[in-house]
Design a protein around this ligand. Structure first.
Ligand code: DGL
Length: 275
């Protein structure tokens, strides 16, 4: 039994797709979420910047003394976490590993598509992790930079999303991949459009779901599930004005998060680390 919180961070509110999976699979866990809304996007930033941001996000979450920290952000998972391995005294886990393992398990023809931000695709991290378990795996990766703004601006199910997705997904369709990793926090919200284009025979991997499943198994195996939930079971922090986050966050989570959000000066943590 371990009643400490789980810490979760993302570049913004997209990580709430991961939080939602955790809330459903682990209803007794207390979670503190940090969305770096003041510094989003991470997906188009340099490796050094993403590492710097990730370190300060982790430093902030450490103040809650969590039992584990999860990088919900696909870009931070792909670019920063491999560089930070072994630097913390609690597990700091990304969504990437779980999604890669789920894709290797799901594919029948050994061809897997990966979509993500420019940074995630450039890192080639999904291919490397999948090849560790299945050296023969073939991957085709496509950066989809317009997907995040489409979701954030409420276009996830509009014709514009369909047209853009059709262009982006063409090389993956042509490759014959039977499995597609939705390698960015926001992409599960485009699932309807993506599955319509890819067809029923292609399995879509949601990294948030894959990670939540693995974390649950891990907590059970280590006898670290929470047994008590405090009144403030869910806490949210952002690095910019909480207004928009409160509104969109309640829609993402299908639950009102009014009054549960605080604002944090994340630069203070960057400076404390002398980054
Ligand atoms: N959260 C980011 C990711 O999953 C998408 C938004 C951004 O570019 O920061 O890669």
């Amino acid at each position: 039994m371990d009643n400490r919180r789980i810490g979760l961070f993302d570049s913004g509110l997209g990580g709430l797709t991961v939080m939602k999976e955790l809330m459903e699979l682990l209803p007794d866990e207390s979670i503190v979420y940090f969305g770096d809304t003041g510094r989003i996007p991470y997906g188009s930033k340099s490796v050094e910047t993403v590492i710097k941001y990730t370190k300060s996000d982790i430093k902030f979450l450490q103040t809650f003394e969590p039992k584990t920290i999860i990088a919900a952000c696909g870009t931070a998972s792909a670019i920063a976490l491999p560089q930070l391995e072994g630097q913390y005294n609690i597990p700091v886990i990304g969504v990437l590993g779980a999604a890669a393992r789920a894709a290797v398990k799901a594919t029948r023809n050994g061809r897997v598509g990966v979509i993500g931000t420019a940074g995630t695709v450039r890192s080639d991290a999904y291919r490397r992790v999948m090849e560790q378990t299945e050296p023969e795996i073939q991957t085709v990766s496509v950066a989809c930079p317009l997907f995040v703004p489409l979701v954030e601006n409420g276009f996830a199910e509009k014709e514009a999303a369909y047209l853009i997705a059709k262009e982006y997904l063409e090389p993956i369709k042509t490759s014959g991949a039977d499995t597609l990793i939705l390698g960015c926090t926001h992409y599960p919200l485009l699932k309807k459009v993506i599955s319509e284009i890819m067809g029923d025979q292609v399995t879509l991997i949601n990294p948030g779901f894959a990670a939540a499943k693995e974390i649950k198994e891990e907590l059970i195996a280590k006898d670290m599930l929470a047994t008590q939930t405090p009144e403030d079971q869910y806490r949210f922090y952002v690095s910019d004005d909480p207004g928009e986050f409160t509104h969109l966050g309640s829609i993402f989570l299908e639950k009102s998060i009014n009054g549960m959000i605080g604002r944090v000066d994340i630069e203070q943590y960057t400076e404390a680390l002398a980054l």
